[in-house]
Design a protein around this ligand. Structure first.
Ligand SMILES: Nc1ncnc2c1ncn2[C@@H]1O[C@H](COP(=O)(O)OP(=O)(O)OP(=O)(O)O)[C@@H](O)[C@H]1O
Ligand SMILES: [Mg+2]
Length: 297
């Protein structure tokens, strides 16, 4: 393939035994160092799509390629070890210490135990964990600490591709916020190609360079940058999805120096809406005109 995409889904379809059509016909290319977030209601096929990348699920038809290679031609075990996978609720091995959880894959891939442990120590620091926690078992950690270990483990083999399936799902909103910010910092330094799954549209907009909003059956309702989707939801489905939990929305639009800036709850500018001031329609100048405008009470 001459494509610059790192990951390509080409007309993939997945029917599970028993007849569930989880994904009808999905195509998407993920560029190098891009983070793409799949967001959609429960059962819309997000996990199925993500698992096609590391062959935990094989498509019924269509294909997935990585750097131009059809994953069907790659050894599944090697493939899984070469891709970071952060599971919901961390997925840690309960009878292994934190350090052993993080070092398992690098050791399987041939790192010396010593190198793997040194690297694990660095990663623990990177994700905000005290090195002393390395000797503990997962059940001796808080939920947020466990999820940090999950992220460190996903990064341990220094994969180019990181798959993250609701990685921050099991923690309270404050810790979740911290973990999201840490991921943004990590991504700035490490520049992985990331596929990230979430139910949470705010998380999607924060983490994703592009966001894919899915209907049931893995049907793409809209794909675009957060700014594009916020500015112009493709249809009513997207508009309601994007505005669904108005009461708790954290992203909003502020007008600064004649430009519409998307701002997160910490006041951090998440982006600029893509119209020059001259093209602004009167409606677009009012944050309330957007489905995600600040909450009307
Ligand atoms: N192993 C399986 N066997 C049969 N059906 C499955 C299997 N895994 C998933 N499904 C079905 O396929 C559909 C899509 O499931 P999937 O796990 O991809 O959804 P999801 O978008 O990740 O949902 P959630 O947000 O709840 O995690 C669902 O209807 C689900 O019941
Ligand atoms: Mg899922």
């Amino acid at each position: 393939m001459g494509s610059k995409a790192v990951i390509g889904f080409e007309n993939v379809r997945k029917e599970y035994p028993g007849g569930t059509l989880a994904v009808e016909d999905f195509s998407l290319e993920v560029a190098s160092h891009e983070s793409v977030v799949l967001v959609g209601t429960s059962g819309s096929g997000k996990t199925t799509l993500m698992r096609m990348v590391n062959r935990m699920v094989d498509p019924t038809s269509g294909r997935v390629h990585i750097d131009g290679d059809d994953v069907a031609s790659l050894d599944p075990v090697q493939l899984r070890r070469s891709i970071g996978y952060v599971m919901q609720a961390s997925g840690l091995l309960p009878h292994h210490t934190v350090l052993d959880n993080i070092t398992t894959v690098p050791v399987l891939r041939g790192s010396s135990r010593r190198d793997a442990r040194t690297r694990a120590g660095e990663l623990m620091e990177t994700v905000g964990l005290d090195a002393a926690l390395g000797r503990r078992y997962p059940w001796q950690l808080s939920g947020g600490q466990q999820q940090r270990v999950g992220v460190a483990r996903g990064l341990a083999a220094d994969p180019n591709i990181l798959l993250m399936d609701e990685p921050f799902g099991a923690v309270d909103p404050i810790v979740r916020r911290e973990l999201q910010q840490e991921l943004l910092h990590l991504q700035r330094d490490l520049k992985k190609t990331i596929v990230f799954v979430t139910h949470d549209i705010d998380e999607a907009f924060l983490v994703g360079d592009r966001v894919v909003i899915l209907r049931p059956g893995g049907i793409i309702a809209q794909v675009g940058t957060p700014q594009e989707i916020l500015a112009e939801p493709a249809d009513d489905f997207v508009a309601s999805f994007v505005g669904a939990d108005r009461g708790t929305r954290t992203l909003h639009v502020e007008r600064v120096d004649g430009r519409d800036i998307v701002v997160d709850a910490d006041g951090r500018a998440a982006g600029v809406l893509g119209r020059s001031p001259g093209e602004q329609s009167p409606d677009a100048q009012s944050p309330d005109a957007l489905p995600t405008g600040e909450t009307p009470s």
